[in-house]
Write a new protein. Structure first.
Length: 396
């Protein structure tokens, strides 16, 4: 960071001010959650504003509600927006846990730098995430809902009123918590359609490796066509050889036997910056290299849809899965490419088979407290028995 950055206020979680809601809302039941297209969020939000001259404001935990933005705000015109997605898990031991939050915080910093949004200490962001969950967890994910999760979305947007492509001079960091449906077990397994020949998700030299909104909206057109044709998502291929990159917004894995007879877990590499460095992706590779090293080789390299077709035809294609925060670990049962189906073995009704199931089980055990692991950290929770107290005494 330069000398100017040293002269402005850094993001400082220790200064967090608390202003609890005086109108707490009811926690939705399963019927309400499945009957709405809107994301239901918890009572509170954390916000911190940034200005190029003064740096970060004192962060505040306050009631969830709308923002006020000018129509000329830079995020609305030039895609100055990046975010993260992570989950808080209610363990079977009653404790609330986060999984590798440090990785998400550092990735948000990288995404912000890619699109000229302000820098911050990722450790301070991580502390703010825990502070919000310590307030919201007990009510919105009670111990009676062991095995469920909340979805956490830290976001940074450019808020300066400036029509003109330039580095934002004002920005807003906010963190919200809400509900997301469990999507990791579609009946029969996930079915993928390869992308149209005239459309790509990302490109070399672009920003596919950053978690920015501009990566997602333009992909929906192809995804809608996949839904219409009976598939769940798009398998994004790149280049004339059809290199496999991502399954919609999830990292894509294949398990096969190579022609030399060695079993291999393979996923696309990070060096060309086409794909997101997924936290679940990283965890799958780490576990495979630690716990499965005597059974298979975990490889990060380019591989093509043609190689998958050839492996299927020769009986060497064993498993495939998508890995990410939203879909977690989801078995892939079929890929449709240029009029032909590639069928991939799964368990009964699309459930995980051997390697996929073991990796998913190991990660799930960490997240939900069946085993203790350094990747899963317990959130200390506050018991808020009465929200309806004067605002001026709620600042810590």
């Amino acid at each position: 960071m330069g000398s100017h950055m040293d002269s402005v206020r850094p993001l400082d979680a220790s200064q967090l001010r608390y202003a609890y809601t005086t109108a707490p809302r009811e926690v939705p039941d399963a019927k309400i959650l499945t009957g709405t297209h809107k994301t239901i969020c918890t009572d509170h939000i954390i916000v911190a504003s940034w200005n190029v001259e003064s740096g970060w404001s004192v962060p505040e935990l306050k009631p969830y509600g709308p923002f006020s933005l000018l129509p000329s705000a830079s995020c609305l015109h030039y895609a100055y927006e990046c975010f993260e997605g992570l989950k808080a898990y209610r363990g079977h031991d009653g404790k609330l846990r986060m999984f590798r939050t440090d990785c998400n915080s550092r990735r948000l910093l990288m995404s912000a730098e890619r699109i000229s949004l302000p820098q911050f200490d990722p450790d301070e962001l991580e502390k703010l995430i825990y502070a919000l969950l310590s307030v919201e967890g007990t009510k919105w994910l009670p111990k009676s809902r062991a095995g469920d999760f909340l979805y956490v979305r830290p976001t940074i947007i450019g808020t300066d009123s400036q029509l003109g492509v330039a580095r934002p001079t004002e920005a807003l960091l906010y963190i919200i918590v809400g509900y997301m449906a469990r999507m990791d077990t579609p009946a029969g397994g996930k079915r993928l359609l390869t992308n149209p020949d005239d459309m790509v998700r990302s490109w070399v030299g672009g920003f596919g490796y950053a978690k920015v909104g501009a990566n997602y909206g333009p992909s929906v057109l192809a995804t809608q066509e996949a839904y219409r044709r009976g598939y769940h998502q798009i398998l994004w291929l790149y280049g004339p050889e059809g290199n496999c990159t991502e399954a919609c917004g999830s990292n894509f894995f294949v398990i096969w036997k190579r022609k030399d007879g060695k079993k291999e877990l393979i996923t696309a590499p990070l060096d060309d910056q086409l794909i997101l460095n997924g936290v679940t992706r990283r965890s799958c590779l780490d576990l495979a290299r630690e716990r499965l090293k005597d059974e298979l080789e975990a490889t990060e390299r380019k591989f093509t849809i043609g190689e998958i077709q050839e492996a299927a035809a020769e009986g060497r294609l064993l498993e495939s899965f998508a890995a990410g925060t939203a879909w977690f670990i989801t078995p892939i049962a079929m890929i449709h490419h240029h009029g032909k189906d590639i069928n991939i073995p799964t368990g009964p009704d699309g459930t995980p088979t051997e390697i996929t199931g073991r990796i998913k089980g190991w990660l799930g055990d960490m997240m939900y407290g069946r085993v203790e692991h350094e990747w899963a950290r317990v959130v200390p929770e506050k018991e808020l028995k009465n929200f309806k107290i004067k605002r001026d005494i709620l600042y810590h």
